[in-house]
Design a binder for this molecule. Structure first.
Ligand code: SAM
Ligand code: SF4
Ligand code: F3S
Length: 444
């Protein structure tokens, strides 16, 4: 009989990609994906360790599942992802309801671990082995069939920003072989992908050497450009230090690379960037911004901001605000510094909570305002939208514009997967609402 599995995914896009690959792997053992959490044979929690009480959230969620199965046979409980990597066997000791703990670089062993568990052994597996992992998954078809599909090309990080757990939870930087990424691209396109989002913790650090050639992310973009069925290319998350000229050039040569650059800066103060070990300055960031805008004035920027890093004064914060006003970032993320165990900044003196909260609200006020201003600039204009799906329970379609903003409108389901011109009628800070422009359809 077919077994049922559900994966709850927290954290970044890389976790979403990983969860889909775990589904692809366990299918070989007869596990079928389900949304019905009350009748499971296996429950997987794919965790994130980046901020706050990540660990506590995991135990809380496992407690919820335990409650759900109080009167029934329990499913196999797997904790995967970055908290699993950081906590490893501690988790099995603290919560015996957990059966398997598996870190992100060990997912190629998931089937063996499940089989072994069924034989009666509790399991912890948190080795760093990116090569074996990707070799294993290269031989299993990626069954993703979304219009906009993720594709991990690079994992891990060697940069060690003082506040960040990623180098510890995802291990050293590793770039997948160029030809394996291309095979996976072709398979995603065959399954209907019209947009590919290349993923990595430092995606623009992608570097793969074969014979005498070093492949960079610009080579991948140029190759993806040649697939006529593919309409859009994006990549995330980039580091300013790896924003090289060959990649910048793609924003002029590629017709499919969207004019939207997510480039985290964290702070607008050089003093704070240095304390964070960011390896770039504000001037370097502005230089990249200016080069890109010169090459393509349509480009918009988004960023991540880390507020109240230990030592951040009002003047440092004001410098961050000045940068926000200069670049007019859209779609950005802002977080108050959260000390992560094991990182260099873990034990530094934290800034007063109230001051931090005020700073966060201030920066968000600007970020939201710039977002709304951009959205309002589309009112009464016709924009190109890639239609991704129908909104569940509503008779409406959902797509995105070139800047990743949601566009919602009424339309026939056969438009899914096509680029359509939509006339925008109204907007809010998050979404644009409009209607299909008659007689104005782009080639699908
Ligand atoms: N590699 C990307 C870069 O260098 O900008 C960032 C990846 S990290 C998964 C995403 C974001 O989480 C970071 O840009 C940072 O703003 C935020 N972040 C990381 N550690 C944090 C911490 N300790 N507290 C609060 N936010 C944090
Ligand atoms: Fe974390 Fe810094 Fe690496 Fe980004 S570059 S993943 S913020 S350590
Ligand atoms: Fe979180 Fe790990 Fe991604 S800590 S942000 S799930 S790399």
């Amino acid at each position: 009989m077919e077994k049922k599995i559900f994966i709850k995914t927290l954290g970044c896009q890389m976790n979403e990609y990983d969860s889909n690959r775990i589904y692809d792997s366990v299918k070989r053992l007869g596990f079928e994906k389900t949304k019905d959490q009350e009748n499971l044979d296996c429950y997987v929690l794919n965790t994130c360790h980046i901020r706050d009480k990540a660990k506590e959230k995991v135990y809380h969620e496992i407690g919820r599942v335990k409650e759900l199965y109080k009167e029934k046979n329990k499913p196999i409980i797997v904790v995967a992802g970055c908290v699993a990597q950081a906590e490893n066997q501690e988790m099995l000791k603290r919560e015996p309801y957990i059966d398997i703990v598996i870190g992100p670089q060990s997912y190629h062993k998931i089937n063996d671990k499940l089989l072994n568990f069924i034989k009666g052994n509790k399991i912890e597996e948190t080795e760093f082995d990116a090569v074996s992992k990707f070799n294993y998954f290269d031989n299993i078809k990626n069954k993703e069939n979304k219009i906009s599909s993720y594709l991990t090309i690079q994992e891990g990080c060697d940069k060690f920003c003082t506040f960040c757990v990623v180098p510890y939870t995802r291990g050293p930087e590793y770039s997948r072989p160029f030809n394996k990424i291309i095979s996976e691209t072709e398979s995603l396109i065959k399954s209907g992908a019209k947009e590919i989002i290349l993923l990595g913790q430092n995606v623009n650090a992608y570097s793969y050497k074969e014979k005498s050639k070093v492949y960079r992310i610009s080579d991948l973009i140029n190759k993806l450009e040649s697939y006529s069925e593919l309409k859009r290319i994006r990549f995330t998350t980039s580091h300013p230090r790896d924003m090289t000229d060959d990649l910048i050039e793609c924003y002029s040569t590629s017709k499919k690379l969207m004019p939207f650059v997510h480039l985290p800066i964290q702070s607008g103060s050089n003093k704070i960037l240095k304390l964070m070990n960011r390896k770039h300055t504000v001037e370097k960031y502005i230089e990249i911004y200016e080069k890109l805008i010169k090459i393509n004035p349509e480009i918009k920027f988004s960023s991540d901001f880390l507020i109240s890093y230990p030592g951040e004064t009002n003047d440092d914060f004001t410098e961050t605000l000045s940068l926000v006003k200069k670049i007019k970032f859209i779609n950005s993320f802002s977080f108050i510094f959260s000390p992560r165990p094991g990182t260099k900044a873990a034990n530094l003196d934290q800034i007063d909570k109230e001051i931090s909260q005020e700073r966060l609200l201030k920066i968000q006020e600007y970020l939201f305002k710039f977002q709304l201003n951009l959205n309002e600039s589309f009112i009464n204009k016709t924009i190109d939208v890639l239609i991704e799906n129908e909104l569940e329970g509503q008779n409406k379609l959902f797509g995105r514009n070139q800047y990743m903003n949601s566009v919602i409108f009424e339309g026939n389901k056969n438009l899914i997967g096509k680029n359509i011109n939509i006339k925008i009628e109204r907007v809010n800070q998050k979404s644009l609402f409009g209607k299909v422009e008659k007689n104005n359809m782009r080639a699908a």
